[in-house]
Design a protein. Structure first.
Length: 157
């Protein structure tokens, strides 16, 4: 009986290791793809950054979430992207130079954060905490991103 238990745990360990290894390969492939939303040129004035924060452990739901955020920003704010008022960034918080975001935005899981900057300095931010509730409904998820970002832009005028 003890042998079966050991075999089970060895199998489990190998399975988890293989999954993590495959996730890293998928992540590296994803990094090679250009972003669907262009990063605006930094200009004087106000800009709304829509950040999607993730780490190396990426499941299908997390990838779906990133896709929905990119598409929402691209579809609903194309004019603002073009004139440099809105930008999207997907940020891996497992990379050393991005660790500060964990503290800056009190991150504890994959997150979408809106950050308003003025002349390159952050003025305010908001963590969109309903993303996990809405991820199973693409329409509601995208509209949530649209509505929250639109409120930020409206408050800036």
């Amino acid at each position: 009986m003890i042998q079966i238990g050991r075999l089970f745990f060895c199998f489990l360990f190998l399975f988890v290791s293989a999954c993590q290894s495959n996730d890293r390969v998928l992540y590296e492939k994803d990094q090679a793809k250009p972003s669907a939303v262009p990063v605006p040129e930094v200009k004087a004035g106000r800009c709304l950054w829509v950040y999607y924060f993730f780490n190396n452990a990426r499941c299908l739901t997390c990838r779906k979430m990133e896709k929905y955020v990119k598409e929402a920003v691209n579809d609903f704010f194309s004019d603002e992207i073009e004139n440099g008022r809105v930008g999207f960034k997907a940020v891996n918080i497992d990379e050393a130079h991005n660790k500060h975001f964990i503290h800056d935005y009190a991150l504890y899981t994959k997150s979408v954060v809106l950050s308003e900057t003025k002349d390159g300095r952050e003025m305010r931010w908001k963590n969109l905490e309903k993303i996990w509730e809405l991820v199973r409904n693409e329409h509601d998820f995208r509209n949530y991103i649209r509505d929250e970002a639109a409120l930020f832009l409206k408050d800036n005028k």
